[in-house]
Design a protein around this ligand. Sequence first.
Ligand code: FAD
Length: 355
Amino acid sequence: MTEKQIVVLGAGYAGLAAATRAGKRGRVTLVAPEARLLHRIRQHETAAGHPEHRPALTEVLRGRAVRHIAARATELDLAGRKVLLDNGDALAYDTLVYALGSRTARLGVPGADEHAYTAERAAEVAERLRTADRPGTVAVVGGGATGIELAAELAEAHPGWTVRLVAADRVGGWFSAKGHDHVHRVLRGLGVGIDEHSAVTAVDAGGLTTTAGRIPADLVVWAASMEPHPLAAEAGLAVNPAGQAIVDDHLRSVSHPEVHVVGDAAEVTVPGTGTLRMGCATALPQGQYVGKLIAGRTDKPFAFRYVVQCLSLGRRDGLVQLIHGDDSMRAGALTGAAGRVIKAAILKSVVLSLR
Ligand SMILES: Cc1cc2nc3c(=O)[nH]c(=O)nc-3n(C[C@H](O)[C@H](O)[C@H](O)COP(=O)(O)OP(=O)(O)OC[C@H]3O[C@@H](n4cnc5c(N)ncnc54)[C@H](O)[C@@H]3O)c2cc1C
């Protein structure tokens, strides 16, 4: 009997966790261009110029029957059950794990492509800040978790620069009153200017145009939203309007059950919890589950409850917001050094959980 071909696309939190678990029982081929974990949840640290902590994929995959191909998938032939790669190869599969994640969305704002840096270009942001003739103004666009982490980190690491955090509505508005107040207190303490209710309508070489007026900036960092990788929709998997593949309770594509979709690429709805938000916190357990499912170590539906939401606020502070299992807020939050220490422990545990 020939061995089943298991192919995993993407080596983010979801793809790697799936590959290491499936690779305990069978041979797996993992396709992703990078040699080290992308580690997106630390990209704000990279942008501020801190050293990178990105384990090599060979380290994460040690002891597993996983072959890593350093390439990009360019096309998915769902009828022929094969993936075309940018190195010219075609990979046949019996089971595919699609974990191509997401990327920063510019939301069609004119000039954002040309004039704004995203977290994916964190190393270039660090270089721009390091080599600038003199400090200026950096505008971070997006009042969500990524924008807050970026603004705090940049302000702390580059106190000579003026950092402005620009948001279409409220910055951290979804947190409990305690969590929200802490975020604003720390940002203010770091000297971050907060421009709320200022939707960005255009970006140019001199800064931002917003619904509340002009914000001059020497450097624009864009963290307004995330969009799923487009390949799922292009290939003809059933997707939602945002382009995330729709999956069943075993994280199988509803249109192509031989394809599991995990992480930011999937729209996952769990009874009692709701539709999961994009995040490492949701991607990692999905990957772990599908890896076990493929290895025959579970046949139960995917189950998930949220535990906490946490943010780093520079190197010295953090926020751990207590939440209910469905992601709704509790009043309590851990702040300051306690928040920072717990966030750091979570970052460590993420890498350990990939194996
Ligand atoms: C600065 C920042 C901070 C964040 N902080 C948090 C946080 O504290 N908590 C939290 O829950 N979430 C956080 N997030 C969000 C989190 O990083 C993402 O939701 C998470 O990375 C999604 O994981 P994933 O495995 O689905 O996909 P990704 O991490 O996006 O990985 C996708 C993988 O697919 C690969 N790939 C892409 N295109 C191709 C191709 N064509 N062929 C082959 N491979 C390809 C990539 O190289 C990568 O290996 C943060 C994001 C950012 C940017």
